[in-house]
Every structure is written in C-alpha cells, then in structure tokens.
Design a protein around this ligand. Structure first.
Ligand SMILES: [Zn+2]
Length: 510
C-alpha cells in the first residue's frame, strides 16, 4: 500500500513536470519563430502572459509599421486612441557623440511611459529641453516624436520593409526654429555611392541655430543606407530607389521603402533639395535641376545664387518629380562624382543651401552670394562614337564652341584614335572621368544657355503649402508658363544632325 502510493506520487510528479514543460514551450520561452508571429498578430506576447499574468496586455513593442503614426496608406492601422507624441530629446547637433541612439526604431505611438522613457536622454542632456516659451514657433511632429520649437534633435526613420528585428535605421536631423516659417528638407545619398551630399547636409545642419531659425530644416544625410553600406548606387535588390517614388506599400521592396520615406518624411516638407552627384564615373559641375515650369521651383533656383540651373522635369519615379507632383517644390542639387568627396563641390553646395535659407527668409546671418542671378541652361549629351580609353581635353565648367576638341577615345588594341568635338556652343556641365568607355557612352553634358526671359516668375514658398493628394498628378504651371519655359532638354535644336540629345542618359544621372 505504501509502495503503491509512492509510485502514484512519482507518476504525479512526472506528469506535473511534463505539463510544465509543455506550458514553457508554448509560452515561447525558447523564442520559436511561431511565437513572434503570434506576438505580432495578437499584440500580446504569450511569454508576457505567463510571466506577468496580472498585467494588462501591452501593445506590441516590435517596430512593425502598424505601430507608427503613419500617414497615407498606413494610416488607421493602429486602433489605439491618439496619444500625445513624446517630446524629442533636445540636443546640440554639432556636438560629437560617442554613440548614436538609433538602435531604437521610431515608434512614438506606443508612447506610454515606457516609450517616453526610451526617448528620454540616457546621457546628461546638452541643454535642458526648453519648453516652448517662444510662443511663435510651432512644435514639429515627425517620425512619432514632437520636436519643440527652438530645439534640434536626431530622429530615426526605419523603412517598414525589413527583416523582423533587423533595422537599418536612418538618422534624420531636425532643427526646429524658434519662429514659424517653411520646412525645408535636405535629402542625400538616395544613391548610396554619392558622398558629397552627405557631407553637405552635415555642414548645413550642424551650423543652424534653432534659436534664430524661422521654420524648420529636416536633413537626411543617407536615405539609401543599404546602398551606402555597400558603396553602391542601388538597393540590395539592385533597384534604383530614385525610380520608385512615391512608392507603393504593396509594391516591390524598393517601392515600399520609397513609400515609407515619402509618407513619413517627404510629406512633412514645404520644399526639398535632393542632393546627388554624377553617376558611373562621371562628374558634374555644381548645378541645380528643376522643372522650371513650376514657379515655386523657380523660386528655389533663385535662392542658389549664381549656380547653374538646368531645366528638366525629372524622370518618373524620382523623388524630385514625385514630390513636385505632390505639390512640394523640389530641386536636385548635383555636384561632383560618385564615391568621391571633393571640397569644391561640397563647399559650393553648402554655400548654395545657406543662400537658399536666406532667400526663403529662414535665416538672416548667411551672406548673400555675390551674383544673385542663376544662369539657366538646357542641355544635350555628346557620346563616344567608338569604344576605348577616353581622355578629356576640356575641364568641367569650361565654355566650348562648336568644333572644339572635347576629348579623344583611343582603342588600346588597334591604336585607332577618334576625336570627340563639340557640336554646340555651350558649357561643360558634366563629363566622363578618364576611363574605358563603350561606343555610345555619354561623355560630355553640354549646357546651352537659355534666355532669362523664358523663365517664369518665381512664386513664394511658404509654410502653408499643403502637399497635394498623392494620386493626383498635379499639373504645374499654366499653359503659357509651359510654353514660355526653358524648353524640354530632349527637344533637338535645328543644328543637331546626330541624336546627341539624350533623355535616357539624363535620367541615369538624376
Ligand atoms: Zn544620384
């Protein structure tokens, strides 16, 4: 009898242990993939339930897109009532930091006390977050945080397209001025191998004083973090991010990334300067590209002092074109070559953007450029007619006449040398670096000056400008303005006998 009850007790203990194991396994303590899916679906981790059964189920802390205060197509995904956004940590942007807190992806609307704590400074604050005592400025709501007026901060944008738990958060620098004004956005390295823009954004942003700024400046030094890490123009799937704007939440990977950026950053801007360089071993004279049919775009180009301005409406899918179609005036600032940091390009770009800030009434202190008038160009490409090694005889920015020798292409095997001579009177706005080229390679980008009077009158860029609904293809500019515009770069002039005007190649560059 005694032995019997002992056996029964042992069986009971074994059963109890077995059951406990089952529970432990089910509760996800082993971190099975299935568990994280359940967590996402229900918003409550079973582990949490078993460990803290007394607590209320918590919202997911995973940075899935639904947990963001998304706009556009993502809007309404969260059924939580709206909560005030956590205040962004106020920092001095130009103060070097040992480590950037970007590991935490942006997720402001999980903002109960825990998220507020996450957003709170972990180091002694450089400046105590000033409450908006400056009544004029407005708090800027961006990426799930609220940036009070007269402060600057560093936020993070993380594309909703990523492996679960693996983020490539992109820093977003924000300087919100003490007084109201437009929001200017600076985006760089949409092509991950274009470095000049990254440095340009750094210099501009770290030199802004939120106490005196009117309006806000949002700077994204590296939009295409995937490409940047690999020294590549493209995303990891070899797509060109700058051909997928405004993007599609249900589209390709590139399209989703583009849409996320468009919804979460771009739609907050009243004007954008998108920074680029030449592509594929070509270098560009610092120049603006913009759709000059749009009077607000013209206003932006006027802000860059004596910078060269090239009329181009931009290829479909570029950030510039998508933003302009959404009612946000945007220009591309091209300077230099990919994979190269050159001081001349960077300092010209920085000076141009500072002049623009002045022209938009956002800052007072930067001195105006000596010659305030930009020079407008249409352009044409001149190509190598044979393959071989190209050596240039001209320099970037040089004025050339029809018939001038631009460069030579020598076949290394046959030693046959062909000359490339200019078919236009114009200026070298972009050119191939010395390299091996195939027949047809676009070697010289020649600007042909457009009469100033063809450019429509500029229109002010203000903080009140609301982006147009995305699906609407906003036609910009009146019919007269379109006719009076500087002309399509693709429209061949009478003197051209060969198809040197190349729209495709221009698209490669934008
Ligand atoms: Zn580019």
């Amino acid at each position: 009898m005694r032995r019997c009850s002992l056996s029964f007790f042992l069986v009971l203990v074994t059963l109890a242990c077995y059951t406990a194991n089952l529970v432990a396994e089910e509760s996800g303590e082993q971190g099975e993939p299935v568990e994280s899916a359940a967590t996402l679906a229900t918003g409550t981790s079973p582990a949490q339930q078993s460990e803290t059964p007394a607590q209320e189920p918590e919202p997911p802390t995973e940075p899935d897109s639904t947990s963001r205060p998304a706009t556009g197509a993502n809007a309404g995904a969260s059924d939580k009532p709206e909560k005030p956004m956590p205040k962004a940590k106020s920092i001095e942007l130009d103060k070097p930091v040992s480590e950037i807190e970007l590991a935490t992806p942006p997720k402001a609307d999980t903002a109960d006390s825990s998220a507020a704590e996450a957003a709170a400074p972990t180091e002694p604050p450089a400046a105590a977050a000033p409450e908006p005592e400056t009544a004029e400025g407005k708090a800027l709501q961006l990426l799930g945080a609220e940036v009070p007026p007269a402060t600057s901060t560093r936020l993070a944008w993380s594309p909703s397209q990523h492996f679960e738990g693996v983020y490539s958060a992109t820093p977003v620098l924000v300087v919100n001025g003490a007084e109201t004004g437009p929001t200017l956005c600076l985006t760089a390295a949409i092509h991950g191998d274009e470095l000049n823009g990254i440095e340009t954004v750094r210099r501009v942003m770290y030199n802004l004083n939120p106490k005196t700024l009117k309006g806000a400046v949002i700077g994204v030094p590296i939009v295409n973090m995937q490409g940047f890490h690999r020294g590549s123009r493209y995303l990891t799937d070899r797509r060109d991010l700058n051909r997928h704007f405004p993007g599609d939440t249900n589209g390709s990977s590139a399209s989703r990334i583009a849409r996320s950026f468009f919804d979460e950053v771009v739609t907050n801007c009243n004007a954008i300067v998108d920074l680029h360089t030449g592509s594929f071993y070509r270098t560009n004279l610092p120049q603006l590209r913009g759709d000059l049919k749009n009077p607000k775009v013209v206003k932006l180009t006027k802000g860059f002092g004596s910078t060269v301005v090239l009329h181009s409406d931009g290829a479909k899918g570029t950030l510039r074109r998508a933003a302009v179609e959404a009612g946000i005036p945007t220009v591309t600032l091209e300077a230099g070559a990919p994979m190269v940091l050159d001081e001349l390009s960077v300092s010209h770009s920085v000076k141009g953007i500072r002049t623009l800030l002045n022209q938009l009434g956002m800052v007072n202190k930067f001195r105006l450029w000596g010659d305030p008038e930009p020079v407008y160009y249409t352009s044409t490409w001149q190509r190598a007619t044979t393959g071989g090694i190209i050596f240039s005889k001209v320099q970037l920015g040089e004025f050339v006449s029809k018939g001038d020798l631009l460069g030579t292409v020598t076949n290394p095997i046959t030693n046959v040398r062909k000359e490339i001579r200019s078919q236009h009177n114009g200026r070298i706005l972009g050119m191939a670096m010395n390299q091996v080229v195939q027949p047809g390679f676009a070697a010289y980008h020649i600007g042909i000056q457009a009469p100033q009077e063809q450019i429509p009158a500029p229109e002010e860029v203000t903080a009140e400008d609301e982006p147009a609904p995305l699906d609407q293809n906003a036609e910009t500019g009146s019919e007269e303005q379109r006719e009076a515009s500087a002309g399509e770069p693709s429209a061949p002039t009478a003197e051209e006998s060969t198809p040197t005007v190349d729209r495709e190649e221009e698209r490669e560059e934008d």
